[in-house]
Design a protein around this ligand. Structure first.
Ligand code: ADP
Length: 482
């Protein structure tokens, strides 16, 4: 048996008070590893360590922060194949997707290494004679990070890197399903030269570790990515805590991809298949609603069906696999529940939705496409978070836009068209945080903001230089030189 991997608290690797098993969704007989679970007392210790480390790290130089983050970046990128394999093995995205995500995490650390050098303030004239006004940004304090399982290294990276970059200290609680990538990332961070307590890893449940972070007065801010349901609880807890915490929430999506009559059909199918089904549809930016105008609808559905028939669903680590397994049994149950709901609502299951058997026992689901659906159906309104997409017919662009915006979410949206007029109109009028033209709704750059509107997101944007809004607090200083 391999050793139980530990938590990192106050500069030391420590045992936990329980174990979480990391199971490969491509082969449930494969135990990826065992990870120590932190309890409430250990989470409090991690918070205390982060609090104690904060004053010194808050005063660390940009050079120190650059050096640490750059070191993390270099190691992640140098080990991207190995870490990508671990990621694909524990989460079920394909190996190229896993390696790509790891490389992305490395790029994010490199970006924020540079950002540490670029943080400046402003000095302006006062409206009162003889005074100076200065605006500076200071770190917020101890930041708790609560992350989901679907991007096991990229999401932690895009929270931890800016937090450290701007002088905060961190208590990181990864999702229990993916402790492997979290542990590997943490190990790399511990070797970066940052002082003890600046970064802490506490693996454990939302109800124990997460809740402790939410309730603790010494946690100044919470950055969360996960479900809407948990997001609401987090918001409530942050507001009720004393002092109140700063928080940012990235939650669900029901992202529309509009396909217009004038779209390049081949491109539209690639965009839709990638956006809806890659990474097993387990992306908050997945194109789960395909809104297709009448003139291209039938051709689109036929071409999609052909394309879906050609997709290989199998072990995430096998070469040539397009779609890996669903992450675990409970997510698979949810996907199957929604496939049944869609059929009961009267939509047509035009392709897929079957459980698949492969060489190894895994959560294999054939990508499912519904047609003859409308936007009021639950499959068009609720986030499924699996390889399930719903095609909705629209009369024309105007109706497609209206359907596109008729959702309580607003993370990403997309349009496939060769018309500059419609592309421009859609970019302006789509009620989402990120709009794509002739591109999948999923797949973004790391140097620009990521986030949504309506029920998808709350608080400051993540990524790019916009991340500083969350990870710093502004100070306005007035001086009367005398
Ligand atoms: P997902 O569908 O991605 O599992 P969740 O919102 O359930 O979405 O989980 C996202 C993260 O939030 C995980 O790290 C999980 O452990 C954590 N979490 C879940 N419930 C709570 C809670 N009540 N308080 C704090 N964290 C929680």
């Amino acid at each position: 048996m391999t050793a139980i991997l530990k938590n990192f608290i106050g500069g030391e690797w420590v045992d936990g008070s329980g174990v979480t098993k990391n199971i490969n969704p491509s082969n449930t007989n494969d135990l990826v590893g065992e990870y120590a679970k932190a309890d409430k007392a250990q989470t409090e210790k991690a918070i205390a360590a982060a609090k104690a480390a904060f004053p010194a790290w808050a005063r660390s130089t940009p050079q120190e922060r650059y050096d640490a983050l750059n070191k993390v970046s270099l190691e992640i990128i140098a080990r991207k194949e190995e870490l990508g394999r671990l990621l694909a093995r524990e989460e079920g995205k394909t190996l190229p997707e896993g390696i790509g995500e790891v490389a992305r995490a490395g790029q994010i650390f490199a970006f924020f290494a540079g950002e540490a050098l670029r943080l400046t303030g402003e000095k302006g004239a006062s409206v009162r004679p003889g005074l100076d006004v200065e605006l500076t940004r200071e770190p917020v304090g101890v930041v708790g990070m609560i992350t989901p399982w679907n991007f096991p290294i990229a999401i932690p990276a895009w929270k931890i890197a800016p937090a450290l970059c701007y002088g905060n200290t961190v208590v990181f609680k990864p999702a229990e399903l993916v402790p492997g990538s979290a542990h590997a990332l943490s190990e790399i961070i511990t070797r970066s030269g940052i002082p003890a307590g600046v970064f802490n890893l506490v693996v454990g449940s939302g109800s124990v570790v997460g809740q402790t972070l939410l309730e603790h007065p010494d946690v100044a801010a919470i950055s969360f990515t996960g479900s809407v349901q948990t997001g609401r609880k987090i918001a409530q807890a942050c507001v009720l805590s004393n002092p109140m915490k700063k928080f940012q929430l990235e939650m669900g999506g029901k992202n529309p991809l509009v396909v217009l009559d004038d779209a390049d059909l081949k491109l539209a199918v690639e965009v839709a298949v990638n956006g809806a089904y890659f990474s097993t549809g387990q992306r908050c930016t997945a194109s789960s609603r395909l809104i297709v105008t009448e003139g291209i609808h039938d051709r689109f559905v036929a071409a999609m069906t052909e394309r879906l028939k050609g997709l290989t669903v199998d072990d995430a680590l096998k070469a040539g696999v397009h779609i890996g397994p669903v992450v675990d049994q409970s997510q698979l149950d949810q996907d199957l529940r929604y496939i049944k709901i869609g059929q009961d609502e009267g939509a047509k299951l035009a392709w897929g939705g079957e459980l698949l058997k492969r060489e190894t026992p895994g959560h294999y689901l054939q990508p499912a496409m519904f047609t003859e659906a409308n936007n009021n159906m639950r499959i068009a309104r609720e986030e499924i978070f699996g390889p399930v997409a719903t095609v909705i017919r629209a009369k024309n662009y105007e109706e497609a836009l209206a359907i596109s915006n008729d959702t309580e979410f607003g993370l990403a949206s997309g349009i496939c068209t060769s018309s500059l007029k419609y592309a421009s109109h859609y970019k302006r009028n789509s009620e989402s945080g990120m709009v794509m033209v002739n591109l999948p709704t999923a797949g973004v750059d790391y140097h620009v903001p990521f986030g949504g509107r309506k029920g998808s997101s709350y608080g400051a944007r993540e990524q790019g230089s916009y991340a500083r809004e969350f990870y710093t607090t502004v100070k306005t200083a007035y001086t009367y030189p005398g």
